[in-house]
Design a binder for this molecule. Structure first.
Ligand code: HEM
Length: 171
């Protein structure tokens, strides 16, 4: 929500899209979600910039492997830094800017097939809650966008909002 509040034009674009499926009397339903490409793009951009599980979950290497000429011995604990991947200049243009538009018409999704964006992990241990979580995040964010008027209080200017992050796990 903070990224959208800081980017009023993108917030308006999201509201306009939502108003094609939500009215004052009708709330968003699961069946509406597939008709909201800009909302999908917003959620992907959020998972890219602010992943919920920045280092995914720890894994252990099953056998000796070589990656980029480094030997990673069997049983080495490993972490995947999704936070850094989402901000990598080799993968994304202006990676730290909030730009949902980069995902419009893009094939990149969060199903674990595209290693540029793996907020739910990948492979055999991919998040089993992915389908539920993905639907819920869209429903909740859509409702928050559409049912409230968002603004920054306390006379704080949008460009002066503190977007510093703190490493912790919230459940
Ligand atoms: C936005 C919400 C969520 C995010 C971002 C998320 C992310 C993740 C990540 C990154 C992993 C580790 C994948 C890996 O090891 O590579 C994981 C594993 C897991 N998640 Fe989620 N998760 C979410 C919601 C949920 C929900 C709603 C459930 C259950 C209903 C769930 C259940 C699990 C379980 C059981 C695992 C362990 C899977 C395994 O090790 O085989 N998650 N999740």
């Amino acid at each position: 929500m903070t990224e959208l509040i800081r980017n009023p034009k993108k917030m308006t674009k999201a509201i306009n899209e939502l108003q094609t499926v939500i009215t004052k009397k009708r709330h968003i339903e699961e069946s509406n979600i597939s008709k909201l490409p800009y909302l999908h793009a917003i959620i992907k951009e959020i998972f890219k910039l602010h992943p919920v599980v920045p280092l995914l979950l720890p894994h252990k290497v099953e056998g000796d492997i070589e990656i980029n000429s480094y030997l990673v011995p069997k049983n080495t604990p490993t972490l995947v830094n999704m936070w850094a991947i989402g901000r990598d200049y080799n993968l994304w243009s202006t990676p730290t800017s909030f730009k949902p538009e980069r995902f419009l018409g893009s094939k990149i999704d969060i199903s674990g097939q595209e290693f540029d964006l793996i907020p739910f992990g990948s492979g055999i241990r991919i998040c089993v809650g992915l389908p539920l979580a993905y639907q819920m995040v869209h429903l909740v964010v859509a409702t928050l966008i559409e049912k409230f008027n968002w603004e920054v209080g306390g006379g704080i200017k949008l460009e002066e909002m503190n977007m510093d992050e703190k490493f912790e796990l919230s459940l």
